[in-house]
Ligand binder design. Structure first.
Ligand SMILES: Nc1ncnc2c1ncn2[C@@H]1O[C@H](COP(=O)(O)OP(=O)(O)OP(=O)(O)O)[C@@H](O)[C@H]1O
Length: 429
């Protein structure tokens, strides 16, 4: 295969690596006389679905032209194998960078955030969701410029027919999968922002926000566990950076910033800021407008924002973790009200939005309405609590009515079995 000429034009020089769908080669475009990267679909994987996904990767990426997206030059078939010709990124992926360094410092991660989010925003403006943001798909060239590649499982937001995955199958890596996708809902631009948040968290701390022995356990954590703030892990990161990152990891898609907002915020240098004050609730009009576009699809190009973020909401914090120690066990998000003393609260800095768009306040901030919101978001938890209360009441009434006149020491013990309850709609992976 070495020094082979593909399609009478591309001379294969040396292998770069191999992924799930194909092998990537360093090659030379002999017509234009420039180095390129060529992905060749693996011979033994060339079923119709894989070939369709491979073609879609080329067509999707070819629609994008952005300094932080790997450019696609050509696509074709040669000797029964599909190939994709791309811009050659002379460097290494962030997965490799991470493996070599363990973790990256805050300025480097902020640069990665700004650049990747800018590339992502350009895809979102085209109606394209990447769906597979992970360190291996972020490539850094020799001067550290990051480019987003591998649109292999991207699909157009507004084209459900383009779904090339089998029904019920969640494509993507569970470590970076947004909660809504773990629940089997479609991916939207906000899902990419969540995945990027997971990647940034991993770059900063050396570990993804959630990890467990099984993909299912990880999915549950994405749905219902608050990430441990990086500062609690002993990571040297400015509080404003941490707050914003936790906002990208919000469980509700509509509470996350858009990719363009992420790009602008990190590029502005606001991440170097200090602690935020407690948030003010967003205006009702802004909330309803936000809810009308939960995934951010169909928005026009995002606008530039002022560098200083305004706090918008508090982020519940998980139990303290020992720096460098294991993550706390999975558990439900605490509904801790700000200032309740049950845990530190963090304010999410909010980039001002054009037209006064704002982020929703957390239930705890909305007083009585917060309880209603909690019940709406956690129907199973609420029904388990209600059921347990009713059960206890029935037991007490029964004991009062039917128990013989005995002393406390003679009263038989009542055992109550609590049935564990998980999130609805858990997905197979
Ligand atoms: N345009 C490119 N320039 C330079 N290296 C590239 C380019 N595209 C991919 N690579 C490298 O080639 C290797 C294989 O990439 P590929 O996209 O096929 O798989 P992957 O992203 O590692 O895994 P998967 O596709 O299974 O998610 C990776 O090391 C990647 O960094």
């Amino acid at each position: 295969m070495h020094r082979v000429l593909v399609a009478d034009r591309y001379r294969l020089e040396s292998p770069i690596g191999r992924g799930a769908m194909g092998e990537v080669w360093r090659a030379t475009d002999e017509v234009l006389g420039r180095p390129v990267a060529m992905k060749l679909l693996l011979g033994d994987d060339s079923d119709a679905q894989t070939a369709a996904r491979f073609r879609l990767e080329g067509q999707t990426a070819a629609r994008l032209s952005h300094p932080h997206v790997v450019a696609v030059f050509d696509f074709g078939a040669w000797e029964g194998r599909f190939y994709l010709v791309m811009e050659l990124v002379e460097g290494r992926s962030l997965a490799q960078e991470l493996a070599a360094a363990g973790s990256l410092d805050a300025p480097r991660v902020a640069a990665v955030a700004a650049q990747t989010a800018a590339g992502l925003a350009s895809a979102h403006r085209q109606g394209i969701v990447h769906r597979d943001i992970k360190p291996g798909n972020l490539m850094a060239d020799a001067d550290g410029t990051v480019k987003l590649g591998d649109f292999g499982i991207a699909r157009f937001v507004d084209d459900p027919a383009a779904a090339l995955t089998q029904a019920g199958q969640i494509v993507g890596t569970s470590l970076y999968l947004a909660p809504e996708r773990a629940l089997g809902r479609p991916a939207g631009p906000a899902s990419d922002v969540y995945s990027l948040g997971c990647v940034l968290y991993q770059l900063l701390t050396g570990r993804p926000p959630f990890h467990a022995d099984t993909a299912t356990a990880i999915l549950y954590q994405h749905i219902d566990t608050a990430p441990v703030p990086p500062l609690r892990l002993g990571v040297d990161v400015p509080p404003a950076f941490e707050n914003y990152l936790l906002g990208m990891l919000a469980k509700q898609p509509e509470e996350r910033p858009t990719a363009q907002e992420v790009a602008d915020w990190f590029a502005s240098g606001a991440w170097q800021g200090r602690a935020q004050s407690l948030p003010a609730p967003a205006p009702a009009a802004a909330r309803s407008r936000r809810a009308a576009h939960p995934q951010g699809a169909g928005r026009g190009p995002a606008t530039a924002h002022a560098p200083a973020p305004a706090p918008a909401r508090a982020v519940p914090v998980a139990a303290p973790a020992r720096p460098g120690g294991p993550l706390p066990a999975a558990g439900p998000l605490p509904g801790t009200a700000p200032g309740s003393g049950a845990g530190t609260t963090y304010a999410l800095p909010q980039v001002p939005r054009q037209g006064g768009r704002g982020r929703r306040a957390l239930p705890a901030q909305r007083g009585v309405g917060g309880a209603r919101q909690f019940v709406r978001r956690r129907p199973r938890v609420a029904s388990v609590i209600a059921g347990s209360v009713a059960f206890f009441a029935a037991v007490l009434v029964g004991m009062a009515l039917f128990s013989p006149k005995t002393t406390t020491a003679e009263t038989p013990q009542v055992e109550i079995a609590v049935t564990p309850s998980g999130p609805a709609g858990g997905a197979d992976h």
